[in-house]
Write a protein that binds this ligand. Structure first.
Ligand SMILES: C[S@@+](CC[C@H](N)C(=O)[O-])C[C@H]1O[C@@H](n2cnc3c(N)ncnc32)[C@H](O)[C@@H]1O
Length: 260
């Protein structure tokens, strides 16, 4: 249960984020917000294979710093450890954990002959893609072994046995509609009230990339249970509405809703 003061603080915090996104606040507040949340992680990750660009990675770190003050975080899609380094470093600062899920056999688009196949990640002995070794060596190299907990397996199977709440879920697994839908369905219920849902590879232009991540982003927004925060390129960030709070956006949507 939240006391009235906590509810008020959440409401202010969420509204500030929305106002900041829409540029409604004065310059002074923006400067304060940037100072508070804009710290950059100064590390060189250029030799870790991955798909996050530098701006996206830094934003992921900033959101994870906020989230990991509230509890543990989880990502779907470890690959070679790039996102794990940014989220994990934030978790380490706050004494939280990052659970990093991957079967380490590559997504559909990373298989031989597909657009994102990388022959250096193909294990000839096993006869398949294998990203576990590079992932573990990245975690070791950035001294994150105590913070980043690798979970090797299928995200749906793992979700079935997952009981604890998470302060942040980062979805960056398979990009087919089925994979994105499953990750959304399985993991969103585990996000604690006031927690964060972050989704990578949201393309507004369908010719620029697949639309499944965008679909789950829009589905979360349409649920009325998430508020959008400032996006960074293809990185979408949503905040789960705390219990007992009705955001202005949901109320507005209800007032303009036409029953079918
Ligand atoms: C786009 S990559 C992740 C990139 C990583 N987040 C980064 O920043 O470098 C997607 C990863 O998701 C994994 N994956 C796809 N479907 C999965 C599933 N159902 N369960 C577990 N991992 C999955 C793939 O093996 C692949 O390594």
């Amino acid at each position: 249960m939240y006391c009235a003061r906590q509810v008020h603080r959440f409401q202010e915090e969420l509204q500030e984020e929305l106002d900041d996104k829409r540029g409604l606040e004065g310059r002074r507040r923006k400067v304060v917000m940037q100072k508070a949340s804009g710290r950059k992680l100064k590390i060189d990750t250029s030799n870790i294979k991955g798909f996050l660009d530098e701006d996206e990675a830094q934003r992921l770190y900033q959101i994870a710093r906020k989230a990991s003050k509230r509890g543990n975080c989880l990502e779907i899609g470890s690959y070679c450890g790039k996102s794990a380094v940014y989220i994990g470093s934030a978790c380490q600062e706050n004494g939280a954990l990052l659970y990093s899920i991957d079967h380490h056999r590559g997504s559909a688009e990373q298989q031989p002959g597909e657009a994102y196949f990388d022959s250096e990640l193909f294990d000839k002995n096993l006869g398949c893609v294998n990203t576990l070794t590079p992932f573990l060596s990245t975690i070791e190299r950035f001294a994150l072994k105590e913070t980043v907990i690798p979970i090797v397996g299928d995200s749906v199977a793992i979700a079935k046995g997952w009981a604890s709440q998470l302060a942040m879920v980062f979805i960056d697994g398979g990009h087919t509609f089925a994979a994105a839908y499953n990750d959304y369905n399985c993991w969103v219920p585990k996000i604690s009230a006031g927690g964060f849902l972050v989704i990578h590879d949201i393309f507004d232009d369908p010719t620029a990339g697949g639309q499944a991540p965008r679909w789950i982003y829009e589905a979360a927004l349409a649920s009325g249970l998430f508020l959008p925060l400032k996006r960074m390129k293809t990185l979408g960030i949503l905040r789960r509405v705390p219990y007992g709070i009705i955001p202005k956006t949901a109320l507005y949507s209800y007032q303009h809703w036409q029953a079918p």
